[in-house]
Design a protein around this ligand. Structure first.
Ligand code: SF4
Length: 118
């Protein structure tokens, strides 16, 4: 079945009315806002998240591990014998906020990330 992704386009939901530019700054507080937004959207806006990943995200994860060190080092971040980062709970236990990173242009905060948005 062919589906037109634009037919049911879910608009970007608001996050507590906070303007996008306030979340895009390179400050500790902006990182905190984006991380909170990520968890909030994973819980309450799954349809928007899934659609935006499917329609607007290009690229791949190249395992830099930078997203696992935002604000703090994730306790599940491991390193293999070649010092490459990996998730020790990768799979069903991995939180939705991690599975979906990055899901839109506001969420994408790491310049070297392999994922880009249209
Ligand atoms: S920052 Fe991007 S490329 Fe790096 S590990 Fe996270 S998702 Fe993958």
């Amino acid at each position: 079945m062919s589906q037109n992704a634009d037919a049911e386009r879910v608009p970007m939901p608001s996050f507590l009315g906070i303007p996008e530019h306030a979340m895009r700054k390179n400050t500790f507080f902006s990182q905190f806002l984006r991380k909170s937004r990520r968890a909030y959207f994973a819980m309450f806006h799954g349809k928007y998240v899934r659609q935006n990943i499917a329609v607007n995200r290009d690229g791949d994860c190249h395992r830099c591990g930078a997203c696992c060190k935002l604000l703090y080092n994730c306790p599940f971040l491991g390193h293999d014998s070649q010092s490459l980062p990996y998730c020790r709970i990768y799979g069903d236990l991995r939180p939705g906020a991690c599975k979906n990173y990055p899901f839109d242009r506001v969420d994408s905060e790491i310049e070297q990330c392999g994922f880009k948005f249209k």
